[in-house]
Design a protein around this ligand. Structure first.
Ligand code: EPU
Length: 421
């Protein structure tokens, strides 16, 4: 087991380059299952454990996958798919494995995937995915820990209203509908940039999708999709995390490759907190020479404040001037970082889905653990400003979603290293 050791107090300075987006590359890898006739090369693929896990899932289906991390590429040959089952061992490790159900149903008319089970940030049901598949004509059965979906005569286009704009359900339904017969209309879909990226990728494979990024998506089903190379968009959450790191450490960092349009609520909140944020076409500069002001945040589906930035923003609030309210509306249990931040001296009170954060003058380093990916990012940020040494355990959570975190932070002047426990 490895851990991270951080000696806090160094202002971050310089340039960091943002990698491809975890939450865009995972659906894109699932979508490679739809591409026939030739090999797919995905570019700007981040070097993450989640990428390795979904690659394992594809390999269990008999698909050929080659990861070339030095070139940020993943090469997939899905010309033949021999198996339609995703086992518990892989789905348990990563819920996004469920994203292969839509493509398998569309291409082969059947899929069998282990039920994902519990999750650290909430119950995370998959009812909306299943409702969508059923509307498209699939028969769903659940037994022995597996969900089986069958559409032996193919899927049929349908009108589907999502009760909540779920990112995963929108992606799964989009992939299934792209090869269904006739027109599908998805109402109240998720509007995240990752949805637009997936639709763009499916469209260059030959799909006919309009309206991705708005509150109605129309999909005219096609008979076949042809494999095509694709470049993944930059990770807006990784960008947001480095923006907070620059602000908290009273540094000055240029976040290259970040698309400011994708991270507007975080930019707006940082500006409200008195942090300097300059945007240009190639990236975002964040600088700060004082303690940020406390500002309230409330997470919402895109274009609202992203839930995936809540923990990191809270880390900044712990050392801000004043008090602020953090409201989490997307997941019901996404405050696992609070106990760890408290161990470092933060003053936070939780009442249901709201946390009240009272800024303190300083945090102190100690032993803490990453309880999930973004909670892990939050305590890394806290460690960067804490007095003395912070030791972070359970860092496999962080490796799921941050490409080369230690090297990128060291290049910016942080005192952080990885050691074997
Ligand atoms: N939900 C349902 N039923 C469903 C699906 C979702 O009730 O069938 C609920 C969930 O329980 C949750 C809410 O809807 O309360 C949002 O879930 P959503 O489906 O939108 O999330 P997801 O697709 O499971 C993706 C990201 C998450 C990110 C969320 C929200 C990927 C691989 N994961 O998850 O990323 O938090 O959208 O933006 O795209 C992360 O990167 O740290 C992460 C957790």
């Amino acid at each position: 087991m490895e851990k991270l050791i951080i000696n806090g107090g160094k202002p971050l300075r310089g340039t960091v380059k943002i990698s491809g987006a975890k939450n865009a590359v995972l659906p894109a890898i699932a979508a490679t299952l739809l591409g026939q006739d030739r090999v797919t090369v995905l570019d700007e693929v981040p070097n993450l454990d989640d990428v390795r896990t979904i690659s394992e899932v594809l390999k269990t289906l008999g698909v050929k996958v080659q990861h070339v991390p030095e070139q940020c590429q993943l090469i997939v040959d899905a010309s033949s798919i021999e198996n339609i089952t995703a086992p518990y061992e892989l789905v348990r490790r990563m819920r996004a494995s469920f994203l292969i159900m839509g493509p398998l149903l569309a291409r082969l008319g059947e899929a069998k995937i282990s039920l994902p089970g519990g999750c650290a940030i909430g119950t995370r049901p998959i009812d909306l995915h299943l409702k969508g598949f059923e509307a498209l004509g699939a028969q769903i059965s659940i037994g022995h820990g597996y969900i089986e979906a069958k559409a032996p005569n193919g899927l049929k286009g349908a009108r589907i209203y999502l009760d909540f704009p779920s990112v995963g359900a929108t992606e799964n339904i989009l992939m299934a509908a792209s090869m269904a017969e006739g027109l599908s209309v998805i109402e109240n879909p998720a509007q995240e940039p990752e949805i637009v990226d997936l639709a763009n990728y499916l469209n260059i494979m030959g799909a006919k999708i309009r309206g991705a990024g708005t509150n109605v998506i129309k999909v005219e089903g096609v008979k076949k999709l042809v494999a095509h190379d694709y470049t993944i968009i930059p990770d807006r959450i990784e960008a947001g995390t480095y923006m907070i790191a620059a602000a908290m450490t009273r540094g000055d960092v240029y976040i290259a490759n970040a698309i400011s349009e994708h991270i507007k609520p975080v930019i707006a909140k940082l500006k409200e907190a008195g942090v300097t944020v300059d945007e240009d076409v190639d990236g975002i500069r964040v600088a700060c020479d004082h303690r940020p002001k406390a500002v309230d945040i409330k997470t919402l589906p895109y274009p609202g404040f992203p839930t995936d930035m809540q923990a990191q923003f809270m880390a900044m609030l712990t050392i801000s001037t004043g008090s602020a309210m953090v409201t989490e509306t997307v997941f019901e249990n996404r405050f696992m970082h609070v106990d760890e931040l408290r161990r470092m001296g933060a003053r936070i009170k939780i009442d249901g889905r709201t946390a009240m954060v009272h800024g303190v003058d300083y945090l102190t380093g100690c032993q803490v653990k990453a309880t999930d990916l973004r909670a892990g990012a939050a305590i890394v940020l806290a460690g960067l400003v804490a007095e003395g040494e912070t030791q972070i355990g359970y860092i496999h959570h962080i490796d799921r979603g941050y490409d080369n975190l230690v090297e990128k932070l060291v290049n910016l002047g942080a005192d952080i290293r990885r050691v074997d426990q």
